[in-house]
Design a protein around this ligand. Sequence first.
Ligand code: 0O2
Length: 246
Amino acid sequence: MGERNRETEMENILKQYSEENQVDSWKTLIFLYNAALKEVGTKLDILNDEFQHVHKYNPIEHIKTRIKTPESIVKKLRKQGHDTTIDNMVKYVNDIAGIRIICSFTSDIYSMAEMIGKQSDLKVLSIKDYIKNPKESGYKSYHMIISVPIFLSDSVVDTKVEIQIRTIAMDFWASLEHKIYYKFEGNAPDYISQDLRECAKMVSQLDERMLKLNEAILKCLEEQQEARAEEPKGAPEQADSGQISE
Ligand code: 0O2
């Protein structure tokens, strides 16, 4: 199947499975986005396992997936000035299927993004680096919109997924800020927004410090290993007597 056909396949599938019925269209849409989350989730698990296998280290702390609520999708479309049709949801709402990857260190974020970008069956549609360019609110995270092919019985549908990659500290800030702002519905008093920006700075400093600490620990371990390797070989080790020494 040609690339051009695959891009219009989503519209065809929605029509074919739904016979112009909006409820059926919605169900088909959610089925496809759930399938996309499964595909990408499996890819991430494999990448994490490979990393553990080769480097004895897990860059991923944990992964969260979610399908955006219908209320939230409608709100986003209205905010963008679009009619709330199924076609517009597919076209304009890029984060109906969302995956959040929580990493240990900032450096892990870029390793993950690179590994995802190299998966030949995924298409990276856009990247927003809110780590290098944080939002006005103080928000930091690395966003990728990708599309993943979903293989159905007689067709292939490219389906969009938003991947957000952040550290534990960035996630801690973003989750609490989201809750606070939700309460104020976007109209938080200035001193609260200011305080949140201050907290975001503290979170960034913490991330930087933990990264440096990790680098120092790795260097220290490497030096200890080298020193041990250079130690002159002493007397041959005594055979284990099977007794526990004091
Ligand atoms: P929810 O409930 O998390 O889904 P695009 O997706 O590119 O068409 P958009 O939506 O402006 O355009 O994308 P952007 O700026 O990359 O951000 C989308 C998501 O990033 C948001 O989704 C949040 O999850 C997160 N985000 C962005 N800015 C902030 C922020 O200041 N604070 C927090 N806590 N999260 C933020 P939703 O749909 O807003 O919400």
